[in-house]
Design a binder for this molecule. Structure first.
Ligand SMILES: *[C@@H]1O[C@H](CO)[C@@H](O)[C@H](O)[C@H]1NC(C)=O
Length: 217
């Protein structure tokens, strides 16, 4: 009996912890249209007066427009988060369009606050994520038009267009503000930079190689 209560409490606590970390906090009102002009500091963005909310606060146009992929990685993410769609504030969800030039990549990165589910509209993508320590297993697959793949919250993931034509994807994220941590930019392009002695030892290469990579970010 006592054991049963202990197990129940353990499960209840575990489930509660899971709810806390798996998505944004749930709203306590119908909506909270973001008011970026407010100087209040809260976990999220303060709400504008609900009586002043308009349909335009809940709408965004332009996701049919292809992003410009003329850059070194050959991809462009067009986000629809609270900045673009203020009505998303507190709702725990957002969207992106990703365009890929032929053989373009969306480089390895992670979203600290969101799981991402992606679907291919055009072309074919090699997609993958890497599990955390100690396995660091790459779970990857080529996906085609109409296919869906999920990148679990926090894990490093990437996409590569594996075709000679452009590719387009749409992805949903389980946060109004998923955040993005591109591995290369954060490690080699921080400001101020992480010392090349630290990175040379971390990556087990010569400092000149680190200097060369840092020069690109
Ligand atoms: C795309 O980006 C490149 C590089 O920044 C720029 O030169 C080019 O004009 C852009 N193309 C369009 C259509 O905006």
């Amino acid at each position: 009996m006592a054991n049963g209560i202990v197990v129940f409490c353990f499960l209840a606590l575990t489930f509660r912890a899971y709810l806390v970390v798996a998505s944004d906090p749930k709203p306590l009102q119908d909506f909270c249209v973001a008011d970026p002009t407010s100087s209040a500091r809260v976990n999220g963005v303060p709400c504008k007066d609900p009586l002043l909310a308009q349909a335009t606060d809940f709408a965004f146009s332009g996701l049919h427009i292809a992003g410009n992929t003329s850059n070194p990685v050959g991809s462009k993410v067009t986000p629809v988060g609270i900045t673009q769609l203020p009505g998303l504030n507190t709702l725990g969800i957002s969207l992106v369009r990703i365009d890929y030039a032929p053989w373009g990549i969306n480089p390895p990165h992670t979203h600290p606050r969101a799981t991402e589910v992606i679907t291919v509209l055009e072309g074919s993508l090699f997609v993958g994520f890497v599990t955390s320590n100690p396995d660091n297993r790459l779970i990857s697959k080529v996906i085609y038009k109409g296919d869906v793949f999920v990148f679990p919250i926090g894990l490093v993931h990437f996409q590569q267009n594996v075709g000679n034509v452009k590719a387009v994807a749409i992805a949903g994220l389980s946060s109004q503000n998923p955040g993005v941590i591109p591995i290369a930019n954060t490690v080699f392009g921080s400001n101020p930079s992480i010392g090349n002695d630290v990175l040379a030892k971390a990556f087990q290469v010569d400092k000149t190689i680190i200097d060369q990579i840092q020069g690109k970010f």
